[in-house]
Every structure is written in structure tokens, then in C-alpha cells.
Design a protein around this ligand. Structure first.
Ligand code: NI
Length: 403
């Protein structure tokens, strides 16, 4: 479904759109260049170098080396006013690209399989446009963030002071989204993406002969009961109106069919939307493991890591993005309200500090075969979305930073 007349240059002759459409070949070239040189979290050196080179070329003030490879650019409007930050993540994934395209990854085993090459491009396009049209009141701060895929660059950037001097009043960010068709934008206030927590647990039993179980503590039997008991958290402890997931994705134990395993190792992930559950799962999971182990005389070791909090959008900033998105897709139907996902994002750390809105920019085009899911070795997106992203960000700045 391509509903946007953005694709038709004769329909809208507004200054913003026509200039951004003229920029489209540049956007595609930047994105393809970035796509060919994917870099993993905190190793985005070539990416940072490219961004810095462009910002210098356009006379934009910026700071490099923020949280290692991050960059913050500041574009002041002609008049003073509020500060709107725009965040773009920069990193790629350890995936071997399977696409046969001229701009295929040249870095073996690494790929921009989540579209962050597009995010950097959209942020650059926005920076370029705003640097050429400073007739807004306030300041745009463009945050190029490393390591979204892990271990997370948002938190160290905040600690390095990116939201200060000038102080950021609100923040926006987007993810190109192949779950939505080109010409749509997913915006909602409240929870958009889930909290991500992980755990690794080792059940310490007592191994022995498979035929003499009475002398052992079978870590596989104990571990199996732990896996089952953990399912009761979502089924019986969480408010049914809320959404949550507890997945045990790994269970390793045993070496031979007639040997009772000494230890079993379980690993899993927890997802939820409500910040009310921020410390709940870690405690409840430990309680359940401890109870099951005690019942069988086993011991355990548990390593529980809360990684990213949920992505919670501010109502007023979500309204701003929604109204802008309706202008860009030229139809309220193109703005999709119900677009939550249990995926996680460290944009959440920025949203804990300042009000903001993270949103999804539809980028799939099944007619062109551009609809593989994110993190797939054949992921690619419709580059028409690049210009739409720039237009949304530019219009957000012009609307937020208005006298
Ligand atoms: Ni991503």
C-alpha cells in the first residue's frame, strides 16, 4: 500500500517537500555508502568520519567522540527558542548479508540489517536542510548514537551530557519499519516498545549414574520444573490487561544418556511495557528458582540483567509527530496508531530524561521484494522512506521551534 502522494512530485510544491525531493539522490547515495561499510557498536569509526565530514562541509557545529564514537551536532535557528533533539542510531549487526545488490556490505560478517544506515542518512538530511534554512526559533540538536544493538550507547551519551548545554526540551527519533508499508507512519503515545531484561541461571545438582537416581539431584528435572514454573509469572502474576513475555531460549545440560547431569544452564529474556514492573521480574524469577531448587535440594547461580527500560512516548510530543506525519503522508489513514512491539530500544533512556516520541516509519515495499524482516540477512527497505523521514523531522523542528 503506497498511499503517499510524496511519491508524486507535482502534487505538493511546498518549499520543504520540493527541496527534500531534490535531495533524494544524495540521500540514496549516502545511505548506500554507509550500507557498504557497516560497523558494530562502539566501532562506528568510518561512519562517524563520514558524518563529521558532511557536517564540516555544511558549516554545522558538532562534537565527536561522545560515548566513544557518537556525534552531537547543534543547529541554532535565527531566533532563540526551545531545543528539540533528533536521535539516530549508527551501528550494524554481526550478520553476513545475503542480498545481491551493488551496494552490498563490503565488511565480511557485518551488515546494516536493521536500517540504521537509513537512520543516519535521515538525520544527516535533516541537518543539511536545517543548516540551509535557519528561519526557525530555537535549536535542533542531532544525536548520532552508537551501539543501539548492544551494549547500548544512549546511556553513556546521556552521562556524557548530550541533553545539556543547551538543555534539550524534547526528543524525537524514528525506526524505519518493514512491518509497515511505505507511506505509513506508526505513532502512539505511551508504551511503544518493551523493556528488555535477560537472565542466565545455572542449576547446581549432583550428578551420578542414570540407573541410581536416588544418589543424585537431577539438574535436568529441576531445570525443567523451573522452566514450567516461570511460565506462571505471565499466566498468574501479571495483570491480564498488561502484556509481558518470559522466554527461556536456552537449556543446556547433560553429556550422556545414562548419566544424570550435574548442572543445567538456562538463559532467557523478559519483556514488558509497564514501568510498574521495573523490579518485579528479577525478584519473582529469583524467588521461583530458589523455591524449586530448595524443594529438590539443588543450588543455583543467577545473573539477571535489566538492559533497556520500555520506550514510553509523551502524549504531547506524540501528538506533534502525529500531526506532522499526517501532513507528510497526506492522509490520517497513513498514521497507524496500534503499532506496539515487544522489541526493545535504548531510545528509552532518552525518553526517561526528557519528553519525546519514538515512532516507526513504514519502509516495506513487497512489490519490490523489500519486505524481509529486520535482522534478516536479506533485509532491505524502500529508500523513498528516506525523504519522508527527513520531511517529518524538519517539520517537527519547524512546528516545535515556532515563535
Ligand atoms: Ni534497529
Amino acid at each position: 500500500m503506497i498511499t503517499s502522494t510524496f511519491l508524486n512530485p507535482v502534487v505538493d510544491v511546498s518549499r520543504i517537500r520540493s527541496e527534500i525531493q531534490a535531495l533524494q539522490p544524495q540521500l540514496v547515495a549516502w545511505r548506500r555508502g554507509l550500507h557498504q561499510r557497516p560497523e558494530l557498536g562502539f566501532c562506528e569509526h568510518l561512519t562517524a568520519e563520514f558524518i563529521a565530514q558532511k557536517l564540516t562541509e555544511w558549516g554545522i557545529e558538532y562534537q565527536t567522540g561522545v560515548a566513544q564514537t557518537g556525534i552531537v551536532a547543534t543547529i541554532a535557528g535565527e531566533q532563540p527558542g526551545p531545543v528539540l533533539a533528533i536521535r539516530a542510531d549508527m551501528d550494524a549487526l554481526p550478520i553476513q548479508e545475503a542480498n545481491q545488490v551493488p551496494y552490498k556490505s563490503q565488511h565480511d560478517g557485518k551488515m546494516h540489517a536493521c536500517g540504521h544506515d537509513g537512520h543516519v542518512t535521515i538525520a544527516l538530511g535533516t541537518a543539511y536542510y536545517l543548516s540551509q534554512h535557519r528561519d526557525f526559533c530555537g535549536t535542533a540538536k542531532i544525536i548520532f548514537q552508537p551501539a543501539e544493538e548492544g551494549p547500548g550507547g544512549a546511556k553513556p551519551m546521556i552521562e556524557a551530557g548530550v541533553l545539556k548545554n543547551p538543555d534539550v526540551d524534547a526528543i524525537v527519533g524514528l525506526h524505519l519499519w518493514n512491518q509497515l508499508p511505505l507511506g505509513t507512519v506508526g505513532v502512539r503515545s505511551g508504551a511503544l516498545m518493551a523493556a528488555v531484561e535477560t537472565f542466565h541461571c545455572t542449576i547446581l545438582g549432583k550428578g551420578g549414574h542414570g540407573a541410581i537416581p536416588q544418589q543424585t539431584i537431577d539438574s535436568i528435572v529441576v531445570g525443567s520444573q523451573v522452566v514450567n514454573a516461570l511460565q506462571t509469572i505471565v499466566a498468574r502474576n501479571i495483570d491480564p490487561i498488561e502484556s509481558a513475555v518470559v522466554t527461556v531460549g536456552e537449556f543446556h545440560a547433560g553429556t550422556a544418556l545414562n548419566v544424570i547431569a550435574n548442572t543445567a544452564r538456562l538463559s532467557g529474556t523478559v519483556r514488558y511495557f509497564s514501568p510498574n514492573y521495573a523490579n518485579y521480574f528479577s525478584q519473582r524469577i529469583e524467588q521461583i528458582i530458589a523455591g524449586v531448587c530448595q524443594c529438590h535440594g539443588a543450588k543455583f547461580e543467577l545473573d539477571y540483567q535489566p538492559l533497556y527500560p520500555p520506550v514510553i512516548n509523551d502524549g504531547a510530543i506524540a501528538d506533534l509527530v502525529r500531526s506532522v506525519a499526517e501532513t507528510v503522508v497526506e492522509s490520517p489513514l497513513g498514521v497507524v496508531p496500534n503499532c506496539q512491539t515487544m522489541g526493545g530500544e535504548d531510545m528509552s533512556f532518552f525518553l526517561q530524561e526528557v519528553p519525546g516520541c519514538y515512532f516507526f516509519l513504514g519502509s516495506a515495499n513487497s512489490a519490490k521484494g523489500l519486505d524481509f524482516p529486520h535482522h534478516h540477512p536479506r533485509f532491505d527497505f524502500d529508500e523513498t522512506a528516506l525523504g519522508m523521514g527527513v520531511e517529518i523531522f524538519v517539520r517537527c523542528v519547524e512546528k516545535f521551534c515556532r515563535a
